[in-house]
Design a protein around this ligand. Structure first.
Ligand code: HMG
Length: 447
């Protein structure tokens, strides 16, 4: 084996040569063999794990292989269902793809709670998406601005071959502005463009338009300006503060009561919990993480880009300079109101939406929503998740419910048999679940 020695920051590192050229050109089986040889000690069990996740339907497997590059196998996530979501008087069973226990149960519990209290009300506030051409220019700003205003109609008309279908459907380019960013970086400007992409998430559409703007802008600048323009990059923004959706629940305070809750006390404590997340970033991050449990799970199940959604939402949570809660709560005129307002750029056409059979199934489950409807469903999933978490946190504590749901994971970790599972589940119906209590019980049974 070839060994390469190199020195870094006064430490000697020993590095085995595991680099490879041409990996992408190997067949799937060859890639696996290479991995087994170089990283997995030719382990038979590693090979078994890789191959046992292949789908026996070769066409379906090929479809999955081709979603990404260098695919070796499939990585399963469970797809669960949270029923009983009443949203604007329509009932939904919401599909959720997530690995974490108690999330689907929590969403379901919140949905059931609000089903009996009028359900969720939602509203799409705006649907504008953003893209930018970043460029450098060191000449006179007035000259650049005059040039931009002259060239703006041509920027739009040169992009017509890209926008004509979107235009026909009622979307397209909304506006292009020249933005002077020289206060931040010497010579830095942007073409800041806004778009309506209707049911498409719009990344490819926006990026294609931006690259065409950059081409036209540069070509015309070379003819009309003395100073040169250097295009740095053209790319959409995943920060979409004008692609906003709001979801809300509200009821009379007394209607918050159920078996375990004193309504007034609960409402008061719940609002305190939200207010803490508003002012305390350490808490806000966890509070919003709980919201993202719901949002990401539906975004994933419906074939959307959860990284884009996460980045955009967290940026929105810090739009005023401090990271804060995405949800809000108040009591007004004896009514409890709890709501969320978030940016969401989602697609119900394009991308994986038609390709992945489970994404198609999720869409069918939701009644084939358009992107505006999906924005509302996703926002509700986030709000419901936050309601469930805060309800537990301010009453029983999170561990009781979370550990109840996590019990099966602990049992599987210790290879519990069906009989052991049955006995232990019965035992923990009336006892507190902790990791050590489960292990103790299992050991007692086995002895
Ligand atoms: P429970 O009261 O023990 O549940 O709650 P239950 O057995 O009385 O059942 C009531 C309903 O809950 C059920 O109605 C279901 O809707 C749902 P039913 O179906 O019987 O008509 N439910 C379930 N659904 C599916 N499978 C199940 C199941 N069990 C109950 N097995 C529960 C138990 C876990 C729901 C509750 O304790 C809860 O909501 N806890 C919150 C859990 C949570 O938030 N988990 C997220 C992970 S923790 C985290 O990452 C976020 C966090 O840090 C965020 C933050 O800090 O803000 C907490």
């Amino acid at each position: 084996m070839c060994l390469v020695y190199y020195l870094s920051a006064s430490k000697l590192y020993l590095k085995m040569n595991k680099s490879v050229s041409g990996f992408s050109k190997l067949k799937k089986s060859e890639k696996i063999e290479w991995l087994l040889q170089h990283y997995l000690f030719n382990s038979k069990s590693a090979k078994k794990i890789i191959t046992q996740y292949w789908n026996s339907n070769e066409k379906l497997q090929q479809l999955h292989d081709e979603f990404i590059e260098n695919t070796i196998t499939n990585y399963y996530l469970p797809l669960g269902i949270a029923p009983n979501f009443l949203i604007n008087n329509k009932l939904y069973a919401i599909p959720m793809a997530i690995e974490e226990s108690s999330v689907v149960a929590a969403a379901s519990k919140a949905a059931k709670f609000w089903l009996e209290r009028g359900g969720f009300k939602t509203e799409v506030i705006s649907t504008t998406k953003i893209g930018q051409v970043h460029f450098m220019y060191h000449g006179d700003f007035k000259t650049l601005n005059t040039f931009f205003n002259t060239i703006k109609p041509k920027l739009i008309s040169d992009a017509k071959p890209i926008t004509k279908n979107m235009d026909k459907r009622g979307g397209g380019i909304l506006n292009i502005e020249l933005r002077n960013k020289t206060d931040s970086i010497d010579g830095y400007y942007q073409l800041h463009a806004s778009f309506e992409t209707l049911d498409a998430m719009g990344a490819n559409f926006i990026n294609s338009c931006l690259e065409q703007f950059a081409k036209t802008f540069k070509t015309e600048a070379e003819k009309q300006l003395d100073s040169t323009i250097e295009i740095v990059m053209s790319i959409l923004s995943n920060y979409v503060p004008d692609c906003l959706v709001k979801a809300e629940v509200n009821c009379k305070i007394e209607d918050l009561a159920d078996l375990n809750i004193n309504a007034k006390e609960f409402a008061h404590k719940f609002i305190q919990a939200v207010n803490i997340a508003k002012v305390e970033p350490y808490r806000a991050v966890t509070h919003n993480k709980g919201i993202m449990n719901g949002i990401d799970a539906v975004v994933l199940a419906t074939g959307n880009d959860f990284r884009a959604v996460e980045a955009g939402i967290h940026a929105y949570a810090s739009k005023n300079g401090t990271y804060t809660s995405l949800t809000h709560a108040e009591i007004k005129n004896d009514r409890f109101k709890f709501w969320i307002e978030i940016p969401l750029a989602l697609g119900t056409v394009g991308g994986l939406t038609k390709l992945h059979p489970l994404v198609n199934l999720s869409s069918e489950l939701l009644g084939k929503p358009n992107s505006k409807e999906l924005m509302q469903i996703v926002a509700v999933a986030g709000l419901a998740q936050n309601f469930a978490a805060l309800r537990s946190l301010t009453t029983t504590g999170i561990q009781e419910g979370h550990m109840k749901m996590h019990l099966m994971n602990i049992l599987n970790q210790f290879n519990a048999s069906e009989n052991e599972k049955k006995q232990i589940i019965t035992h923990f119906k009336t006892n507190t679940v902790t990791h050590s209590a489960v292990v103790d019980k299992l050991e007692k049974l086995r002895n």
